[in-house]
Ligand binder design. Structure first.
Ligand code: JFZ
Length: 439
């Protein structure tokens, strides 16, 4: 009898494992942090590394096929004398951002923090010799901004990142290596980041490098994400984990991200397999067309585009993580600073309709909505419209007023269609906000 119970239990266990079910239950602190994250709405993404010195984006090692031993000369030129952690954090704060996510290690494998696991890091291997991640951590603490560590699981430098994935060929590394040794190295770096820095969480990237081979039916290496996540939550269960793997959430993750797309959309081609799960959401986008500093990229997005992206993200229940790639001297380009500050002043006026809200009930081509408590904020994103008609099967309208001056808005409610008269004096080129409460 006992034996049979054991066998049945084993069968269930197998089924459980086969279905990919695991036992991750977020801690109370983790859930609180998730709520903070959803309230925060706006963060600064920073791609900065030794690649910045070449002014050709963070993929330069791969795109220019720079051999590992040549690339290793770059740290010698990395001496950002004008880097001022406090200035960056104050800029983010003035932009209305609540957190910063910065590359602690990108695909080039170079650690932008004081890693004890490898000397290939900013402290041991550059003339600058200082831990910029520590400096940012301290400045963030002072300014009340949270800090996330971007960490690339893909590594174009480490010899044990082998067999390689779909990128990082032709970089002069030996055709050998021990994958498990790479995983040990990666997990040790991740653990030291979790243990030694006061961070809010991790933003992982590069999983797709191997997983795209899997999708193509080719041999691939497994990162064993859940083991890594267990290490992190073992250090601090409150840490928020997200992974840019372009898949539906995996056990152990605390938020879901969409690269260059709003949740559920796939215009950039990265979100094919990523159905929206039930975790907090985040969408990231570049301020021009590059993540890392790119000298030739002057395609800065306009203030209107950036605000509308933030508003649409909020309407889709997601945070907006907006990226800048600082220059090798440690400064953020003036054009980008100006755009961020403009966004900050817009948020000063209109932040009530963004912060602490969740995605609202209305969504269409020209509008989205956010909600907080009993109030819905309708954001009209097309200033050419004289009227807006939206499906409205809800209860009756209690109040409908302009966000800017609180005056009543003219409307008509007929056959489940709410028609709003957008009088010209109230129309705004970037976002016309209307406040709605229901009976
Ligand atoms: C990734 C990084 O490669 C990129 O450098 C940046 O950090 C961005 C935020 O995240 O973007 C990707 C992800 C996947 C692919 C290309 C770029 N891909 O599948 O080819």
């Amino acid at each position: 009898m006992k034996k049979r119970v054991c066998i049945t239990a084993l069968l269930f266990l197998n089924l459980y494992v086969a279905l990919g079910q695991t036992d991750y239950t977020p801690s109370k602190e983790n859930l609180e942090n998730r709520a903070w994250f959803q309230d925060a709405k706006f963060g600064l993404f920073i791609h900065w590394g030794v690649y910045s010195t070449l002014g050709d984006g963070e993929w330069v090692m791969n795109t220019q096929k720079i051999k590992t031993d040549r690339y290793e000369l770059l740290p010698d030129f990395f001496n950002p004398q004008q880097f001022d952690a406090e200035a960056w954090v104050k800029l983010a704060k003035a932009a209305g951002m609540k957190y910063i996510t910065i590359t602690t290690k990108h695909h080039d494998g170079f650690a932008m923090y004081d890693s004890k696991v490898s000397d290939y890091n900013i402290v041991d291997d550059t003339p600058y010799g200082k831990d910029i991640f520590r400096m940012l951590e301290e400045a963030c603490k002072k300014e009340g901004i949270k800090l996330f560590a971007y960490y690339s699981q893909l590594d174009w430098h480490h010899p044990d990142y082998y067999p390689r994935g779909k990128t990082g060929q032709d970089l002069g590394r030996p055709e050998s290596g021990n994958w498990q040794d790479y995983i040990t190295y990666q997990n040790a770096q991740i653990k030291e980041l979790a243990e030694n820095y006061d961070i809010a969480g991790f933003w992982f990237d590069g999983y797709w490098d191997q997983n795209d081979l899997k999708k193509a039916g080719k041999p691939y290496q497994d990162f064993d994400l859940e083991a890594t996540y267990k290490i992190i939550h073992g250090v601090n269960s409150g840490l928020l984990i997200g992974n840019n793997h372009h898949l539906a959430p995996i056990a152990g993750e605390d938020f879901q991200m969409f690269e260059k797309d709003l949740p559920g959309k796939n215009t950039a081609g990265f979100s094919e397999g990523s159905q929206i799960g039930n975790l907090p959401l985040e969408t990231c986008e570049t301020i021009n067309h590059s993540w890392g500093f790119n000298l030739q990229d002057g395609n800065h997005k306009s203030f209107n585009e950036l605000i509308q992206y933030l508003v649409k993200a909020a309407g889709n229940n997601a945070n907006f993580l907006l990226n800048v790639g600082p220059m090798p001297n440690g400064k953020i380009q003036q054009e980008h600073q100006d755009l961020l500050l403009q966004m900050g002043s817009w948020l000063q006026e209109n932040g009530e309709s963004i912060y602490d809200t969740r995605g609202g009930m209305f969504q269409g081509t020209d509008y989205v909505s956010t909600e907080k408590d009993q109030t819905t904020y309708l954001h009209v994103l097309n200033s050419d419209l004289n009227t807006l008609s939206i499906p409205f099967a809800k209860k009756r309208v209690k109040t409908l007023s302009w966000f800017d001056d609180g005056k009543p808005v003219k409307y008509k409610l007929k056959k489940n269609i709410l028609t709003i008269y957008l009088d010209e004096a109230h129309r705004d080129a970037v976002d016309t906000i209307i406040k709605l409460t229901l009976k």
